[in-house]
Ligand binder design. Structure first.
Ligand code: TRP
Length: 321
């Protein structure tokens, strides 16, 4: 184990169309760090909020297609559906017998989801145990996370230590890597999020994309006046795609006046189009060749499953099954 490159692992909840917030917040980094990485579509987790079978299947498939279209190479990374390795559900049970109620009751994400009005099933409450099983079953070294998931990682370490203390060294203790937060505003200027209905989906393009970009909220500074790029949602999105020179150039246009937000939106449209046009083409290709997506997922599952089986067997033996 010690000689190999560290194993990165992350789960992606397939709960809807992936957007620029997901892209800059996680997906882009996942693709860059794909060598030796394990990425899975967390469809067991999604069941805590999605109860429409066709939608769940569709979202899971689209999330996989998104990763492949954006450059995930199924030979370099192991991409799979969580539910294709059902061993993780059995490990969840074993961990649930050592996880303290108090630990779960302190979970911030459960409280937040409940406050948002999500119907609190037992599964929503035990979500962190399934997540711990995800991480521990693949002997993961590093889990790249956003700040909202740090508590889950601490709980994972807690469960692993609790199990190891009772039954002897069984699980590797994972660490996490906190990504630098990239602020991505939605079209209304709030954080881009599906629940605010303000997203720009990665695979929106052409006329639909243009329409969406033209709907970005801006202030009413007259066309001829100078404008402040640092107070502008269009510029905040533009800079995510622009080179430093392009950013300086755009800043100069804002400062000079006679440059409208409509112009800036069209410049943004050009940059987004240039950035994603290859991915859009690959996405279209994969949508019409779904067996290529399925093959990639099967390849991933065939690599992930033996590792999961071995860890589960270790845990079963350790606790007396
Ligand atoms: N809870 C994570 C999220 O909402 C998704 C997830 C499930 C996950 N299992 C995981 C992330 C294991 C990292 C590791 O984003």
């Amino acid at each position: 184990m010690g000689q190999q490159a560290p194993r990165y692992l992350s789960g992606i909840q397939p709960s809807g169309q992936l957007h620029l917030g997901n892209y800059f917040g996680a997906i882009r980094q996942h693709i860059i760090n794909q060598d030796n990485a394990f990425y899975f579509l967390a469809n067991y987790h999604a069941l805590t909020t999605v109860h429409d079978p066709a939608a769940l299947r569709q979202h899971t498939f689209e999330a996989a297609t998104t990763y492949l279209a954006l450059g995930l190479d199924p030979e370099r990374a192991t991409l799979f559906r969580q539910s294709d390795v059902p061993e993780v559900a059995e490990l969840t049970w074993l961990l649930s017998t050592v996880a303290g109620m108090g630990l779960l009751e302190r979970a911030v994400s459960f409280k937040e989801k409940k406050d948002k009005g999500i119907n609190a099933s037992v599964g929503l409450f035990t979500y962190p145990i399934l997540m711990a099983a995800d991480i521990l079953i693949y002997d993961s070294d590093v889990v790249p996370v956003g700040s909202d998931q740090v508590q889950h990682l601490e709980m994972t370490r807690d469960m692993a230590q609790g199990f190891n203390a009772l039954y002897g060294e069984t699980f590797k203790l994972p660490t996490y890597e906190l990504g630098t937060p990239v602020p991505v505003p939605g079209i209304d200027g709030q954080k881009m999020s599906k629940s605010y209905g303000n997203t720009i989906p990665i695979f929106l393009r052409g006329k639909d994309l243009k329409k969406r970009l033209l709907a970005i909220e801006t202030d009413s500074t007259p066309l001829e006046d100078p404008k402040n790029p640092d107070a502008c949602n269009v510029f905040a999105l533009y800079r995510l795609f622009a080179t430093p020179d392009q950013q300086l150039d755009m800043r100069a246009k804002y400062a000079a006046g006679h440059y409208g937000y409509g112009h800036a939106k069209l410049a943004l449209l050009d940059l987004i189009t240039a950035h994603f046009s290859n991915a859009w083409d690959r996405y279209d290709h994969l949508l019409t060749h779904p067996s290529q997506v399925e093959d990639a997922l099967q390849l991933g599952a065939s690599r992930a499953r033996p590792i999961a089986r071995a860890t589960l067997d270790r845990a079963r033996t350790a606790c007396g099954l």
